[in-house]
Every structure is written in structure tokens, then in C-alpha cells.
Design a protein around this ligand. Structure first.
Ligand code: ASP
Length: 330
């Protein structure tokens, strides 16, 4: 028969076992925290996010801080300050952020004059009953909350735009910019997804969108489910490339749902890419889309339509740039 003392001893022992078991069985990855982001310029952004993740900070704070690095970097002509403008010479920014714990999210689109659209998106998430603010409304909200106006069109981007104008055709043709920029990359985005020390998953995505787009054009990047999706029960995904294709397929949400069904991050990205190709193989030959995904175990993967997509990973184990696999030999 158990006396009270032994009972307490045994039950403390089993509850100790219980705690150990719960921790090990919660699906918390050995690699947590971890942060991954699109393109090699994601490396510097990851390093900034890492400072917060490594100190036990929250995932949404980490991804915001991370993507602010390329937003403020004027040499990066595809994100934030110094981004290439639209056809009218206006730099219009798209950004969103998502907390996978409670599916809280915030977004701004076609926002002008603000260096850090991601911080405005975060404020939309935290302080308004809405998910998305666009154009003048987003600017008004930003200014009312202490953000200041900056001219985002740098001399370099203005010069490139004026060069493009010499031959510009004012009509939306997919990838037409390539004719004017040669090999130069005319579109990139930073999509960053991460797991914090508590196992919570979130992400941020920010871009100046396609260079020389029509004024008012919004891509996938600020659209929750297209350019970014995060659900801490499953994982997160983000995208880069021709936003119209990603919007058509609800790309990042598709990737997360495929992971929910049991696909690995790379398999899920591959299936989403294949869906884009299958529905219009001719169009897919001329455009790039890349998906990047992370599951709650800390496993990650990517897939693109064409060669050339890469991504940056930072965890306790590694700091590395990976080349994505791809579907078509272009
Ligand atoms: N996805 C972005 C957009 O369509 C651009 C890019 O990532 O290249 O606006």
C-alpha cells in the first residue's frame, strides 16, 4: 500500500516524466528557433531577426525587424526605399505580416512615401479591426501613427526608370520588363518565415512589386494566403516571383494546406509550382515563381518554376544560402 510520502514521490516522478514527454512530443524542432527567407539578401535580414529569436523574442517582432533591413537598403531595388517605381515613376509598396498562433494578420498595399511598410502592416494587425489598408488610406493611417514621409525614389531608380521610359509600352504584358532590363532582375521580394523559441510560427513579406507595373497594381506579397501564410498548427509559406500567378493559385495558403495533408515543405512547394505550370504551361515558360516553406518541426524546403531562386536559412545549426530545386529547364 502506498503511504502518502511514497505517493507524493511517485506522482512527482511521473509528472516529471510527463513534462519531459510533453516537451519531447510537442513537435518542437531541435532547430528552433529558425528563420528562413527568400533570396540571398535574406541573409542580412535573417541575422537581424535572429537577434530577437535568439533572445527568446516573439516571432512577429523578429520577422518585422528582419525584413526592415532590405526595406531600408537603397541598393536593393526590389524592396522598400530605393525600389523601382511603377510606370508613372511612383514607388508603391506592398507588405504583410502574420502570426500563426491566432491567425492575426495585417497588410498594406500600394503604400507610398513610407520606408517601412511592414511596420505599418504590423500596426494594422495590432491596432485596427481590419486586415488590409491600401493606397491613400494606408498612408493616412501611417502618418496618423507617427510614420514620416520620405521620397522613396532614389536617383539610381529614377535613372533606371527614365531609361525604361524610352521604349515603354504602357500595357500589362507578363514579363515585359525583361525586354527593358535585359538580364537584370526586375522583381524580387523578401518573404521571411520563422519559428520562435516557444514554437510559434509567423512571417512577413514586403516588396516594391514588379518594376514598371501599372499604377495601382497590387501583387501577391501583401495578400494573406497568396504571398504569405502562417498557421502554427502546421507551418508557414511565402512566395516570390510573378505575383499574378501566385494570387490565382492562393499559393502560400495552398502550400500550407499541402503540408497539413502531410507533404514535406519541399514537396508542398513543388506541388504548388506544378499547379501553376499545369494550368498554363506556355505562360509558365516565361515567368518565375518560387515558394519557400517551413513546417512546425523546423523542416524547410523550396521549389521554383525556373532555375535561379535561392533562399537563406539561419538556425542554431547553420547560416546558409540554399539553391532551390526547379521544375522547368529554361
Ligand atoms: N511577388 C512580387 C510581386 O508580384 C514580386 C517578386 O517577388 O518578384 O509583386
Amino acid at each position: 500500500m502506498l503511504d502518502r510520502r511514497n505517493f507524493i514521490r511517485i506522482s512527482s516522478f511521473t509528472s516529471l516524466l510527463g513534462i519531459t514527454k510533453a516537451t519531447a512530443g510537442a513537435g518542437i524542432p531541435a532547430t528552433k528557433p529558425i528563420v528562413i527567407s527568400t533570396w540571398d539578401f535574406g541573409k542580412a535580414a535573417n541575422a537581424e531577426a535572429w537577434k530577437i529569436l535568439n533572445a527568446g523574442g516573439k516571432v512577429v517582432d523578429a520577422v518585422e525587424a528582419g525584413v526592415k533591413i532590405p526595406e531600408a537598403d537603397e541598393s536593393n531595388q526590389s524592396v522598400g526605399y530605393g525600389g523601382l517605381p511603377d510606370r508613372d515613376g511612383r514607388v508603391t509598396l506592398d507588405a504583410c505580416i502574420m502570426d500563426g498562433a491566432n491567425l492575426a494578420c495585417g497588410s498594406v498595399a500600394c503604400l507610398e512615401h513610407i520606408v517601412h511598410p511592414i511596420s505599418v502592416a504590423k500596426l494594422v494587425m495590432q491596432t485596427t479591426p481590419h486586415v488590409m489598408l491600401v493606397g491613400d488610406g494606408a498612408l493616412q493611417f501611417a502618418l496618423a501613427n507617427g510614420f514620416t514621409k520620405t521620397n522613396l525614389l532614389t536617383p539610381k531608380s529614377e535613372k533606371d526608370w527614365k531609361e525604361w521610359l524610352k521604349k515603354a509600352e504602357y500595357k500589362p504584358v507578363i514579363n515585359i520588363e525583361k525586354q527593358f532590363t535585359g538580364d537584370k532582375n526586375n522583381h524580387d521580394t523578401i518573404g521571411m518565415i520563422a519559428i520562435d523559441a516557444t514554437g510559434n510560427i509567423g512571417g512577413a513579406c514586403t516588396t516594391s512589386g514588379l518594376a514598371y507595373k501599372m499604377h495601382g497594381r497590387v501583387g501577391d506579397s501583401p495578400i494573406i494566403g497568396a504571398g504569405l501564410y502562417a498557421d502554427s498548427e502546421v507551418g508557414a509559406a511565402t512566395s516570390t516571383g510573378m505575383g499574378e500567378e501566385v494570387i490565382r493559385t492562393c499559393g502560400s495558403h495552398t502550400v500550407v494546406e499541402l503540408m497539413r495533408q502531410g507533404y514535406s515543405p519541399e514537396q508542398a512547394c513543388k506541388k504548388a509550382v506544378e499547379r501553376i505550370i499545369k494550368r498554363n504551361p506556355e505562360r509558365a515558360k516565361t515567368l518565375q515563381v518560387g515558394f519557400l516553406a517551413l513546417n512546425k518541426k523546423g523542416e524547410f524546403g523550396a521549389y521554383a518554376i525556373h532555375k535561379g531562386f535561392n533562399y537563406a536559412v539561419k538556425s542554431n545549426k547553420e547560416e546558409k544560402i540554399y539553391e532551390s530545386k526547379y521544375a522547368l529547364n529554361s
